[in-house]
Design a protein around this ligand. Structure first.
Ligand code: AHR
Length: 477
């Protein structure tokens, strides 16, 4: 199979680095034990954040992190999570298992995490059970620089400089757990909250709670009623093996399950394109929750959403990132759910040990596309191959994913200009559909050097094994 890649240099479309964003919620071990162990922990940490996890995440160059939820955002009262830890109240996490939340990880700890990861902050405001006043005070605490009560409270808590908040989400899944609102009512509440968003320390990019899956009526209504007030509208879509009642097992699955999960993941393409037809051109699409969702790991608290992560998850991740790249002109940000220990995570922890998942390695490879110029993306070849070709610093960056778990494929990409000596060639592959890493076997699926390619002038000939994902980089001659 041969594909010619064109370079329409006149349409300068950048693959925003924010398409590789992450999401960390107060859910199970997403924060506690996963990344926050506290300063007195025997696990090596810097200011309470475990060093093994931070160091592994730094390799991904995470551009942005969404916090504190998700569903939890709509029950989070930020003032519970500031000041001396011993004085913080213990509350109940009603969203996820009614466990006690000791609030030891709060606003200042979140910004410390962003500092250590070198990423930007996406704060999700409580619109479900919170007030405008609470939001106003939180924004002042985080970003105000003058002599005001909440800015001074931040200083008193040891943080003289204001933080930078890049993105602000107003509500979450407002049509469901975020208040079971109807679209017209949500649009009005959104308009009211956003009125009082003050900008002290740079612009705040405002995101409305958009549709889940194919709720086009929500998108249409919100677009009509709130258009001048939104910078972005959120979309949530999870990949399921069957449906919400039968989410399927993360590890024990058949080839048919593989195909149906991949079809569910690939729906992202048509969902994005149909929602974009309804969203005004002045509003970006933000996919701030996506990924696989399976039945919880046996023996774990079902409210903690712990699931294993296999080669199949890696193929879902690569395919979805290739879909996002295809729409890079209209999607500003995406956030996989979730960064650690929850759903399709990058890292799973077990006490003092950590395991990097197959999905982690996909993000490690795909980071080369961050802020590169898009040439071509997704276009499925034989229904089995999807890809991204982009350019940065006078190098071509090429990622290809073979979604077929049983069939190898050859693909020749003809690039607009001839290729120099490769500067990066990695792959993720396995002969087992459900290959995964665990504490006892942490290196079953890891990125490897990729040798299955040949370069002939403008042509790059690739031999892809079943379910193989590759990323290569070539100087442009
Ligand atoms: O990511 C887990 C949950 O899924 C989020 O909290 C919620 O927004 C969604 O339903």
């Amino acid at each position: 199979m041969k594909v010619k890649i064109e370079d329409h240099a006149e349409q300068e479309i950048r693959i925003s680095k924010y398409l590789q964003g992450q999401f960390a919620e107060h859910l199970g071990h997403g924060i506690y034990d996963g990344i926050w162990v506290g300063k007195d922990s025997p696990i090596e940490n810097v200011n309470g954040l475990r060093s093994d996890v931070v160091n592994a995440l730094k390799q991904l160059h995470i551009p942005v992190l969404r916090w504190p939820g998700g569903s939890y955002a709509d029950e989070y009262h930020w003032q519970n999570g500031i000041g001396p830890v011993e004085k913080r109240p213990k509350t109940i996490n009603h969203s996820w298992g009614a466990v006690v939340e000791d609030n030891s990880f709060g606003t200042d700890e979140f910004f410390e995490l962003c500092r250590q990861l070198g990423c930007e902050a996406y704060i999700n405001i409580n619109m479900g059970s919170g007030t405008v006043e609470e939001m106003v005070n939180w924004i002042e605490y985080m970003t105000a620089d003058g002599d005001s009560y909440f800015a001074n409270l931040r200083r008193q808590n040891g943080h003289p400089e204001p933080y930078k908040v890049k993105f602000l989400g107003l509500g979450n899944e407002a049509w469901m757990g975020g208040g079971y609102m109807r679209s017209g009512y949500y649009a009005d509440v959104y308009r009211r909250f956003q009125t009082y968003v003050s900008e002290y320390n740079g612009p705040l990019y405002k995101i409305a709670s958009g549709p889940g899956d194919d709720n086009f009526a929500w998108t249409k209504s919100l677009s009509e009623l709130a258009e001048p007030f939104m910078d972005g509208m959120a979309l949530h879509h999870y990949a399921l093996t069957n449906n919400w009642e039968h989410k399927g097992d993360a590890v024990n699955f058949t080839t048919e399950d593989w195909v149906s999960l991949l079809n569910s993941a690939r729906q992202m393409d048509s969902l994005i394109s149909r929602h974009l037809e309804l969203i005004p051109k002045t509003t970006d699409l933000i996919v701030d929750e996506w990924g696989t969702w399976f039945e919880p790991l046996a023996g774990t608290n079902p409210a903690f959403l712990i699931q294993q992560n296999t080669m199949r998850d890696a193929v879902v991740a690569a395919t979805t990132l290739n879909i996002f790249n295809k729409y890079a002109d209209r999607i500003k940000m995406a956030n996989i759910a979730q960064m650690i220990n929850v759903l399709q995570s990058m890292i799973m922890t077990d006490g003092s040990q950590i395991v990097l998942t197959p999905t982690y390695y996909v993000f490690k490879m795909f980071q080369l596309h961050q802020d590169s110029r898009l040439l071509a993306a997704f276009h499925e070849v034989n229904n089995d191959l999807n890809y991204t070709v982009s350019e940065k610093d006078h190098e071509y960056i090429i990622s290809v994913c073979n979604v077929n778990p049983e069939k190898a494929h050859d693909l020749t990409l003809t690039l607009p200009q001839s290729l120099g000596q490769t500067t990066y060639a990695k792959c993720l592959s396995s002969s087992q559909m459900n290959a995964h890493n665990d504490v006892a076997h942490p290196d079953v699926v890891t990125d490897q050097d990729f040798t299955g390619f040949k370069v002939m002038d403008h042509d790059l000939k690739l031999n892809l094994e079943p379910m193989e994902i590759v990323t290569l980089k070539f100087p442009i001659k």
